[in-house]
Design a protein around this ligand. Structure first.
Ligand SMILES: NC(=O)c1ccc[n+]([C@@H]2O[C@H](COP(=O)([O-])OP(=O)(O)OC[C@H]3O[C@@H](n4cnc5c(N)ncnc54)[C@H](OP(=O)(O)O)[C@@H]3O)[C@@H](O)[C@H]2O)c1
Length: 247
């Protein structure tokens, strides 16, 4: 595992093994951050380390497991550099109509997507407040505001993330820490790859820009919010959805 370089601004990106998270990790590394990217498996973490090379490292982390989060931060504390950027990207879906949704399907999504953020944010906040600089960026979704049949658990978790973003932004603004969300629309990834051709076609017809987005386009929004230039933006949700839903 590559060691985190001394004095670099460390950015933690959860779920960096694939999809949008992989794009975010690579973009932040290109922007000069030392990136700690996470995966749920050792193989995934090793692949992240290989992709990031000298600009970061890969670690294993399960945000649904408090012991795993504790171990992740304990290991991070041993490495040089403190996390001043946290991108809460990792997320899961377990789609089903609410009438048929099992407690497991409900609980997994809420515990990972929402409570996972609670577990991840608390350990980094103290560091950011001490540094009087920090960036927390949470991945929401267009369905937080639009809704989507079969995704009551997922939409609820993402709407809650936007509420958490606004409340926390107010709590830490005076300490130089900004908290924002990015809400992607339909982005090419394993998550959207699970849709069948007919579902995909229907979706494309509803997107004014007429195409799915790229992970790099979401990463560009995250990179902006992580930058110095975004220092006067907090509590916001930035839509990256091709016009699918306008606020
Ligand atoms: N794709 C879209 O169209 C879209 C739209 C709106 C919002 N989003 C949001 O954007 C984020 C990324 O989506 P994506 O499509 O790139 O997802 P994805 O391709 O399914 O990848 C999910 C990532 O999260 C990690 N992960 C899953 N469960 C985890 C856990 N318990 N602890 C830690 N990491 C975990 C996975 O790690 P492993 O590889 O180790 O499993 C993987 O790196 C998610 O929050 C998603 O809700 C996506």
């Amino acid at each position: 595992m590559t060691a985190v370089a001394q004095n670099a601004k460390v950015a933690v990106v959860t779920g960096a093994s694939r999809g949008i998270g992989a794009c975010i990790a690579e973009r932040l590394a290109a922007d000069g951050f030392q990136v700690v990217g996470t995966a749920t498996t050792a193989a995934g973490a090793a692949a992240i380390a290989e992709r990031l090379g000298p600009n970061g490292c890969g670690r294993t982390l399960d945000i649904a497991d408090q012991a795993s989060v504790d171990a992740f931060f304990a290991a991070l504390a041993e490495a040089p550099g403190r996390p001043l950027v946290l991108v809460n990207n990792a997320g899961v879906n377990r789609d089903n109509l609410l009438l048929r949704m099992s407690p497991e399907e409900w609980g997994t999504v809420i515990d990972t997507n929402l409570t996972g953020l609670y577990r991840m944010i608390r350990p980094v906040l103290r560091t950011m407040i001490r540094a009087r600089w920090g960036r927390i960026i949470n991945l929401s979704s267009v369905v937080a505001r639009m809704g989507n049949p079969g995704q009551a658990n997922y939409a609820a978790s993402k709407a809650a993330i936007e509420g958490l973003t606004r409340a926390l932004a107010l709590e830490v603004a005076s300490r130089g820490v900004t908290v924002n969300a990015v809400a992607p629309g339909f982005i090419g990834s394993d998550m959207t790859g699970a849709l069948d051709a007919a579902q995909t076609q229907l979706l494309l017809e509803r997107i004014p820009l007429g195409r799915m987005g790229g992970g790099d386009e979401v990463a560009a929004a995250v990179a902006f919010l992580a930058s110095e230039q975004a220092g006067y933006i907090t509590g916001e949700t930035l839509n990256v959805n091709g016009g699918l839903r306008l606020d």
